[in-house]
Design a protein around this ligand. Sequence first.
Ligand SMILES: Nc1ncnc2c1ncn2[C@@H]1O[C@H](COP(=O)(O)OP(=O)(O)OP(=O)(O)O)[C@@H](O)[C@H]1O
Ligand SMILES: [Mg+2]
Length: 317
Amino acid sequence: MPRFDVTIAGELNLDLILYGLPEQLTPERELLADRMMLTLGSSSAIVAHNLSNLGARVGFISKIGCDPLGQIAVERLKQAHVDVSRLWQDENTGTGLSVILQRAGWRNILTYLGTIAELKLVDLDLDYLADSRHFHYSSFYLQRGLQSDVPELFRRLKELGVSISLDTNDDPDDCWQGGLMNSLKFVDVFLPNEREAQKIGGGNDLETAVSRLAEIVPVVVVKMGQRGAMARCGKGCITSAAITLEPVDAVGAGDSFNAGFLSQYVRGADLETCLAYGNLAGALSTTRPGGTEAFRDSLQREAFLKTYANARGKKHG
Ligand SMILES: Nc1ncnc2c1ncn2[C@@H]1O[C@H](COP(=O)(O)OP(=O)(O)OP(=O)(O)O)[C@@H](O)[C@H]1O
Ligand SMILES: [Mg+2]
């Protein structure tokens, strides 16, 4: 039996989220937010943190700076029982940071890459990463130190018998190149949102884009915000509705969806169950600020999962 259910090589940083800002950010004026939250952010770390809180055994390789922000981020992963024994500290680069300006229904995300771009293939212990059922990779276009080596990393992990999932997240350059297609050849589950699926798959509509992606990847899962998610497996397609609630914000909802989906995938659950758990975890994430706060409080987390899992069970039963 492998040591981990899921291993991840990825970025680790905090999100600083500001709420209630003025519509216009007028230069040279003192502008006030009415609430803030400093919380564990970054796609890879959110997936690791939330997966572990959903009961999976998670191993995480990352690089942070020698600064307090990096320390707070690591502490959050330790509290969630994620294994961080292979963490690197860079003396020359600061830990990355995202500042999120949350508006009504949309947001600006401003990211300082720092150590996010410094993790390299030589930093990765492949035996550690392969001592797992599954490997997940996020933030393809932010992890610039690894980007050109991702196809090689995936190829070697596949050779060692690990299944692989990928969520590119956004490309700040909006080019969607850089070896992505070569990487997708090794991916078992691809987890874009609608915009990303359309950009990567191409064509005039989502259906065409997803069909093209499904010719390369066995399972393509598209996250669709408050409309839930769909999965394409070969020519088959299933959809799963989102849970109806009033969100605090959707920061990290996609990463939480990945955690919910993968928590079932590594248990060998069927696609319908994986999708339903993705939606459940995505919705849970929106009930508190940022992508991880809702998963830290075990009582609230378990109550939410029980309530909505039961409701779904009744609907299907
Ligand atoms: N308003 C909402 N109500 C209920 N569920 C939601 C809502 N917004 C998001 N979700 C859940 O979270 C999932 C992921 O959301 P979304 O489509 O925004 O992903 P994303 O764009 O990849 O997000 P991220 O910013 O984390 O990368 C959805 O598929 C859904 O299950
Ligand atoms: Mg996303």
